[in-house]
Design a protein around this ligand. Sequence first.
Ligand SMILES: Cc1cc2nc3c(=O)[nH]c(=O)nc-3n(C[C@H](O)[C@H](O)[C@H](O)COP(=O)(O)O)c2cc1C
Length: 188
Amino acid sequence: MKTVIILGSVRTERQGHKAAYFIQKCLNDFGMETVLVDCKIYNLPMLDFMYKEMKDPEQKFKDLHDIFVSADGFILVTAEYNHGIPPALKNMLDHFQSEFFFKPAGIVSYSEGYFGGARAVEPLRSVSAELGMPAIPIAYHIPKIKTSFDDEGNPTDPAAPSRAERFIKEFDWYIRAMKAGREGGTPY
Ligand SMILES: Cc1cc2nc3c(=O)[nH]c(=O)nc-3n(C[C@H](O)[C@H](O)[C@H](O)COP(=O)(O)O)c2cc1C
């Protein structure tokens, strides 16, 4: 099972890398193969052509296409910007489409405050549903992102990995179920 983690914040002083590294380690410890797609590294232009419309795509678009096609599921790591999702995350998702079809999404949200980015989760569910990757019921919320992890994503609270367990188990069930479903054929 291969999970692609998409880290959607690109600010110079971003905190999102901490959440992404943390969840990647939890998924790896669970036994999943993971690839981290960091929107800051790919630095995509604002959407002009979707990948499927590009006549001669740049190498980075081809690389992203291949990574997304090879995934069995996606973990979307989102901040909450004005009760919405970060523009770089939306921009990354908008460039692609069928790469996501019939695969589940797990949402990890975080914020500086106490609500853990919860208000970005619902709009992201609508986006992922439209892209054919329905989000699993449980989302993993991380409050107080600034002080809850070091820069490598190690949590200050030793109980943090065990709190992620239920989310990961549910995600694992959905990736297995949808993989089995894809193997039986898809309607399009
Ligand atoms: C443009 C912007 C809008 C924000 N809006 C919210 C918000 O609506 N709710 C919230 O809890 N935090 C909000 N914050 C604070 C973020 O939770 C905090 O800055 C977090 O670290 C952002 O993720 P990032 O550092 O990975 O970019 C906002 C931050 C920015 C930069």
